[in-house]
Design a protein around this ligand. Structure first.
Ligand code: ZN
Length: 155
């Protein structure tokens, strides 16, 4: 289990929150690593249970037929992502929320683009929680908040 202790103070808490990511989530994301020259960018939403001191990322959505993707571009357009978010929220009685997004990059160690930063700021504006973003590179997965980044090297 990937555990990242955040260092900054979060909007709604005086302590740093612990971000816990289920291995099923990082495993699913790693399947979309852009290893082959033809592999497109992929992405989806991240879902978590948020408590006073933890953000527990439990599940995700994966690329859907109506999303737009090229080698260096991914845009989540398929309504299935938001349908999944609403369904999870409802069936968990509001316990499981959309906490952020993930996508892949065709580079070994991912660096967010200026478009990524802009998209993340827009996402944060519409979010109840301090969002979490994941970029999966070819060799490394990075976890970001708007202010910080954490890295996890794949074996
Ligand atoms: Zn990106």
């Amino acid at each position: 289990m990937l555990t990242l202790r955040t260092k900054e103070k979060w909007a709604n808490s005086s302590e740093g929150k612990e971000v816990i990511i289920e291995p099923s989530v990082t495993n699913a994301i790693s399947l979309y690593r852009q290893i082959k020259i033809t592999d497109p960018e992929s992405g989806g939403l991240l879902f978590a249970k948020v408590s006073a001191d933890t953000i527990h990322i439990l599940s995700l959505t994966t690329p859907q037929p109506l999303d737009k993707a090229t080698r260096t571009f991914f845009q989540r357009e398929d309504p299935k992502h938001l349908i999944a978010a609403k369904h999870l929220y409802k069936t968990s009685k509001g316990e499981i929320n959309c906490i952020g997004e993930w996508h892949t990059h065709p580079e070994p160690i991912p660096t967010p683009s200026s478009i990524d930063r802009r998209t993340w700021k827009a996402f944060a504006k519409n979010s109840t929680f301090e969002p979490i973003f994941i970029i999966q590179g070819q060799k490394m997965l990075k976890v970001f908040t708007l202010a910080t980044e954490y890295t996890q090297t794949l074996k």
